[in-house]
Design a protein around this ligand. Structure first.
Ligand code: 2RA
Length: 344
């Protein structure tokens, strides 16, 4: 069955990636695009400064961009994907849900709200049950599901695989690509020969979102995971792909071999955009690397490697394509989960 979908914030970097992933898509058909009022009223080909290497799909190029307002789009849209800047999303996403739309959002606003499911389908698909609580509490006809920040998505599936040993303490240092900050082309050259520490609130996002994603859901309430998470986030001159160094400590002993086996055998989910396997584990200690490994499984696979004993736990590195798996692809997967579970 095909569902009609729209993209809120369709001219931005993640909005463009959403269009790339949704046209074509086996379950979804794009019918509406919105952007800021400067773009509204223009055909998409004129409104967007298209940065993706393949051309704008022909059927998308002529769609007239609407204002990001529930009154400006058709009400027969089954699902809206949102890649709005957080401050705009904070203001308007709830209006769309109140007006009856189901929203799968990459925007960071409300990710930690108690009645908003923050979901990576392969990790905590059951948290979608929180939508019943959301409906009762907010009185919405629509619904809102969020995916986490790209740096969080890169690490959490590997931690979910290792949680059978009882995660107790996690430290992580990130090396994040410039596309995560919206740098492109010539502007990204500004960071050559440099690295920028402490990049705008990423640390707090990783620390809080990871514990929510790994927490339990009893059908009515979420519990946050007990592990402590401590993050340091850095921007480096890579175009796409976030690489992360993780140190994990456990309640039970976990050997390198057991950890590798747990990651390799961690089950994915059967959705159109989910990779198989979810986690690729490299034997070579110098893999994964962004340029070599970010496009695996259409940019949707998580890679890990360099597993070794360190201090009182294990150390390893992980990688994901930040605008595909970490943003647009994450929202699309959540949309596929909503469809599969009958929310559309
Ligand atoms: C980044 N926060 O800085 C972005 C991605 N969501 O990489």
């Amino acid at each position: 069955m095909t569902h009609t979908v729209g993209v809120l914030g369709a001219t931005g970097a993640v909005g463009q990636r959403l269009i790339q992933l949704l046209d074509p898509h086996p379950e979804f058909e794009i019918r509406a695009l919105t952007a800021s009022s400067d773009s509204a009223g223009k055909p998409y080909r004129k409104a967007a400064k298209w940065r993706i290497s393949t051309p704008i799909p022909e059927d998308i190029a002529e769609i007239t961009v609407a204002e990001t307002d529930p009154g400006a789009i058709d009400d027969d849209i089954d699902l809206l994907f949102s890649s709005l800047p957080s401050s705009v999303g904070e203001r308007v996403e709830s209006d769309f849900c109140e007006a009856g739309y189901v929203v799968s959002s990459n925007s960071s606003n409300q990710r930690m709200a108690e009645d908003v499911p923050l979901v990576i389908p392969e990790v905590n698909a059951d948290h979608l049950g929180l939508l019943e609580v959301q409906r009762d509490e907010r009185g919405w006809d629509g619904a809102m599901v969020k995916n986490p920040n790209c740096s969080t998505i890169t690490m959490v599936p590997t931690l979910a695989a290792l949680d059978e040993f009882g995660l107790s303490r996690i430290h992580v240092a990130t090396l994040q690509a410039v596309s995560g900050a919206g740098y492109d082309g010539v502007t990204s050259m500004e960071i050559i020969d440099n690295a920028i520490p402490h990049i705008g609130g990423e640390e707090e996002k990783m620390e809080s979102e990871s514990r929510k994603l790994l927490g339990g859901f009893d059908g009515a309430e979420l519990s946050i995971h007990d592990a402590t998470v401590s993050a340091s986030c850095n921007r480096i001159p890579t175009l796409d792909g976030h690489l992360e160094n993780v140190w994990a400590e456990f309640e039970e002993e976990a050997t390198v071999e057991e950890a590798r086996e747990a990651m390799e055998s961690y089950e994915g989910i059967d959705l159109p955009s989910s990779p198989d396997p979810l986690i690729k584990v490299f034997e070579e200690p110098d893999r994964p690397q962004p340029r070599l490994d970010r496009e695996r499984e259409d940019g949707m696979q998580i890679s890990a490697g360099g597993l070794r004993e360190s201090g009182t736990g294990l150390q390893y590195n992980c990688l994901a394509h930040n605008t595909l798996r970490g943003a647009a692809g994450a929202s699309v997967l959540n949309g596929e989960l909503l469809a599969e579970q009958g929310y559309l």
